[in-house]
Write a protein that binds this ligand. Structure first.
Ligand code: C5P
Length: 242
């Protein structure tokens, strides 16, 4: 495992803070503990996620944001990270992470704990794109299903299609999302702003958001089905060494 503050990263001349929001309850997962503390064959989702971030070798600082009553437990699980308490909404948790990261990082990544298998290459692409001049960068994948827009649900709960959306112009967006420090601060300056991702807040401020290639392994654990897939992948034996 590479250490936080890896000399190669420092030598590359950029300080990168990675904020990991992990304070969600995970209601849709239906597990007895908050999502980041669910087991993946002996390690929590949080531990696997932080190990992936550290192995990516880009981070000079790692901040983990967890439910207030689990701060001490998280400190025991990920001792090399700064651990702080989150808030009611994802955006509140990210703001707590920005405060804890301090002012030293020129680039800030926000990475959902719920995407523990994100490959190192995705982190590398996002950091490289921010360093090349994009203030906000998201990894995204083309959409493979046909997408239908529906009208707002009727009282009876029925759904009626109003349009078929051109999927060629859509991307399913993942994390880590990368920002210059100034761009992330601007995106979160309006503390009433709620969004399912940080790039959404940046867009509202007029900050251009650039897409780089995502990866299917960066899937987000939301439902029991997602958890089953991720557990199966974690349990796979490593490929034979040639
Ligand atoms: O709910 P969802 O899966 O979209 O959450 C994405 C990430 O944001 C998860 O890692 C979750 O733990 C985190 N989150 C948070 N604080 C909240 C809600 C979600 O840190 N209040």
């Amino acid at each position: 495992m590479t250490a936080i503050g890896d000399p190669d990263t420092v030598a590359a001349g950029v300080t990168v803070g990675v904020i990991i929001p992990a304070a969600g309850s995970g209601t849709r997962l239906g597990e007895p503990v908050p999502k980041a503390f669910v087991d993946l064959h002996g390690r929590t989702i949080l531990e696997v996620c932080v190990a992936g971030v550290v192995d990516a070798g880009v981070a000079t600082t790692v901040v983990v944001v967890v439910p207030a009553d689990l701060v001490e437990r998280a400190r025991g699980l990920v001792p090399d990270a700064i651990v702080v308490a989150g808030g009611a909404h994802r955006s509140d948790s990210v703001r707590a992470g920005i405060d804890a990261a301090g002012s030293a990082s020129e680039v800030l990544l926000v990475h959902d704990a719920a995407r523990p298998l994100t490959p190192s290459a995705v982190f590398g692409r996002v950091v490289a794109a921010v360093r090349s001049g994009h203030p906000a960068v998201v990894p995204g994948l083309p959409v493979t299903d046909t997408l239908k827009q529906i009208e707002p649900r009727s009282a009876a709960g029925s759904e009626r299609v109003v349009a078929t959306v051109d999927r060629d112009l859509l991307r399913a967006v993942q994390t880590p999302q990368g920002f210059t420090r100034d761009a992330l601060l601007a995106a979160h300056a309006d503390t009433s702003g709620l969004a399912t991702d940080d790039a959404g807040l940046a867009e509202r401020c007029g900050i251009p958001v650039h897409v780089v290639a995502g990866d299917p392994l960066a899937l987000k654990i939301t439902t029991p089905w997602d958890l089953r897939i991720v557990r199966d992948i974690v349990a796979e034996p490593p490929p034979p060494v040639e």
